[in-house]
Design a protein around this ligand. Structure first.
Ligand code: 5AD
Ligand code: SF4
Length: 473
C-alpha cells in the first residue's frame, strides 16, 4: 500500500536537494509524494535557519501540523529536518511534543529506521484512540542531530523519479570560514567533499533520467576538495572538466562560491568549458574593507574586483550575481557608500540583498555598533534601487541577441514552451513539446522584466560566446 509523503522545503537549493534525497530514501518504504500536508500520512518540514525569525516560523508551522495530526487521530508522522532542527532539536521536542522525528542535515540516510519507529508510534496512537484513552497527538520524540562519522552520501540510494531537465547535485557541505554573521558553520558543520567517483556516478544517473543541466551544490562549493580517482584531492576545476566529459550533460552550474576559493584553474575553466554556464553567484556581502574584516570574510573589495576582472577576461559574457548585507554592526554611511560603489563598478544583474539581522550564537550578534532598523531599511531601499536598474539594463540589452536556451517544459499558453537562458532567465517561445531537453538558439524579441521571449532560430549552438555577448560596460 502506498503511503503518502509531503515535504515542505524552506531555504537554499541544498535544502531542495536534501528534500529530493529524503524522498528517494523513503521510496523503498512505500512513500510517494503528495501535494498537501492534509493529504499525507507523513510530513517533513525541511527548515532553514538563515531566514529571519526562523524558529518562530518553524513553531507556527508545526502548530498547523498539530491540528492535522489531531484531525487524523494521531496517525500522522511529523518530522522536522534541516538547519533549525540541527540547531534547536531539543527545544523543538520540548515545545512541540507531537513531533515524531527531529533530524539534522547529516543524518537523513538514517530516516528509514526513524520512520519505522515512528510508524509504530502512529499505530499506537490509533489503538489508544480506539479504546478512547491517551493523548491523540503524542509524538515519538526521536532526535538525531549527530554529525556521524559515516558520510550520509555513502548510504543514499540512486536518484529516482523524474527530476526533469535540470537537477541539483550536492558535492560539498559545511563551511570552515566562520563569517561572523552566519549560522552555517554551526548547523551544517565542517567542510566535507564527496568523492569524484560518487559525483560522476550520480551525474550519469541523472543524465540517464533525462537531466541535461546539473547545478553542483555546496555551502562553499569552490572549496571542493574531494578524493579523485588518482588518489589526490581534486579541485572544483578538475571536477568540472571531468563532468564536462559526460555525454548528454549540456550544462553545468555551481553555487555558492566564496571569493577566497576562486582559483585561477577554476577561472580558466570558465573560458575553456562551454558546458560551464556564464553565470556565477559570488557573494561579496560588502564593499567596505573595514566591514569585510569585521565579517571575517578574508578578502578585500579589491581582491574581489581583481577576481571579477580575471573571470571576465576568461569569459566575456559572464553574468554575476551576489549576496549583500546592509547594516552590519559598525557599518557607517561611508561603508555603505563603498558597497554601492562596488555594486556600480562590478554590475550585478542578479543579487540577493539583506538587512543584517542578528543570529543568536554568532559573533556579530553581540558586536558593538548595531545599526538602527530605520537606517538599515533606508540603505536596503537605496541598494535595491541600484540593483533593480542593473537587472533592467541587463535584460533590456538582451533584446535582439541570440541566446542558447535549454527547454524545460510547456508554458501556460497554447503552443508555448519555456526554457532558460545561460543567465537563468525563463525564455518563452512558440514551439513543440519535443523541444524539452534540447538546447536551441532563440532570438530574443521582448523583455518582460522577470522573463524573456523570442523565436527559435536555426543553427548550431556555438561553443564560445560571440563577441557581441560581452556583458560588461
Ligand atoms: N543577516 C543578514 N543576512 C545574512 N545572510 C547570512 N546570514 C545573515 C544575517 N545574519 C545572507 C548572506 C549570505 C546569504 C545566504 O544570506 O548574504 O550570503
Ligand atoms: Fe556562511 Fe561565510 Fe560560510 Fe558562506 S562562507 S556559509 S556566509 S560562514
Amino acid at each position: 500500500m502506498t503511503k503518502k509523503l509531503f515535504i515542505r522545503t524552506y531555504g537554499c537549493q541544498m535544502n531542495v536537494y536534501d528534500s529530493a534525497r529524503m524522498a528517494d530514501v523513503l521510496g523503498p518504504l512505500g512513500y510517494a509524494a503528495v501535494e498537501t500536508p492534509e493529504a499525507a500520512d507523513m510530513v517533513i518540514v525541511n527548515t532553514c535557519h538563515i531566514r529571519e525569525h526562523a524558529s518562530e516560523k518553524t513553531f507556527s508551522e508545526l502548530g498547523r501540523l498539530k491540528q492535522i495530526k489531531q484531525d487524523k487521530s494521531g496517525e500522522y508522522i511529523i518530522a522536522v529536518a534541516g538547519c533549525v532542527a540541527q540547531a534547536e532539536g531539543e527545544e523543538i521536542l520540548a515545545r512541540a511534543p507531537y513531533v515524531d522525528i527531529v533530524l539534522g542535515p547529516q543524518t537523513y540516510h538514517r530516516l528509514p529506521e526513524m520512520v519505522a519507529r515512528a510508524e509504530r508510534g502512529a499505530a499506537q496512537n490509533r489503538l489508544r484512540n480506539e479504546v478512547g484513552a491517551g493523548r491523540k497527538v503524542a509524538g515519538l520524540g526521536i532526535l538525531d542531530t549527530d554529525f556521524p562519522v559515516e558520510a550520509k552520501f555513502d548510504f543514499l540510494p540512486a536518484p529516482t523519479g523524474a527530476p526533469g531537465v535540470t537537477a541539483f547535485l550536492s558535492i560539498q557541505e559545511g563551511c570552515d570560514k566562520f563569517c561572523t554573521f552566519c549560522v552555517v558553520p554551526y548547523t551544517r558543520g565542517a567542510e566535507y567533499s564527496r568523492s569524484v567517483a560518487q559525483i560522476v556516478t550520480e551525474a550519469e544517473q541523472l543524465v540517464a533520467l533525462g537531466v541535461r543541466e546539473v547545478t553542483l551544490l555546496g555551502q562553499n562549493v569552490n572549496a571542493y576538495h574531494g578524493d579523485g580517482p588518482d588518489g589526490t584531492a581534486w579541485t572544483l576545476a578538475q571536477l568540472a572538466y571531468r563532468l564536462a566529459e559526460i555525454p548528454g550533460l549540456e550544462r553545468i552550474r555551481y553555487t555558492t562560491s566564496h571569493p577566497r576559493d576562486m582559483d585561477d584553474a577554476l577561472i580558466a575553466a570558465h573560458g575553456d568549458l562551454p558546458q560551464l554556464m556564464p553565470f556565477l553567484h559570488l557573494p561579496v556581502q560588502s564593499g567596505s574593507d573595514r566591514i569585510l574584516q569585521a565579517m571575517n570574510r578574508q578578502h578585500t573589495a579589491d581582491h574581489y574586483r581583481r577576481i571579477i576582472d580575471k573571470l571576465r577576461t576568461a569569459r566575456p559574457d559572464l553574468c554575476l550575481s551576489t549576496d549583500l548585507i546592509v547594516g552590519f554592526p559598525g557599518e557607517s554611511d561611508a561603508d555603505f557608500q563603498a558597497t554601492l560603489q562596488l555594486v556600480r563598478d562590478v554590475t550585478f544583474p542578479a543579487a540577493f540583498s539583506f538587512k543584517y539581522s542578528a543570529r543568536p550564537g554568532t559573533p556579530a550578534a553581540t558586536m558593538a555598533g548595531q545599526v538602527e532598523e530605520a537606517v538599515k531599511e533606508a540603505r536596503l531601499a537605496e541598494l535595491n534601487a541600484v540593483l533593480q536598474t542593473q537587472l533592467t539594463d541587463f535584460n533590456r540589452a538582451l533584446v535582439g541577441k541570440t541566446l542558447p536556451v535549454l527547454f524545460e517544459k510547456a508554458g501556460r499558453h497554447a503552443g508555448q514552451m519555456v526554457g532558460r537562458s545561460p543567465y537563468l532567465q525563463p525564455v518563452h517561445v512558440q514551439g513543440a513539446a519535443d523541444l524539452i531537453g534540447q538546447v536551441r538558439l532563440v532570438e530574443i524579441d521582448q523583455d518582460h522584466s522577470f522573463s524573456l521571449s523570442g523565436r527559435l532560430v536555426a543553427g548550431p549552438v556555438p561553443d564560445v560566446p560571440p563577441a557581441a555577448m560581452r556583458m560588461t560596460a
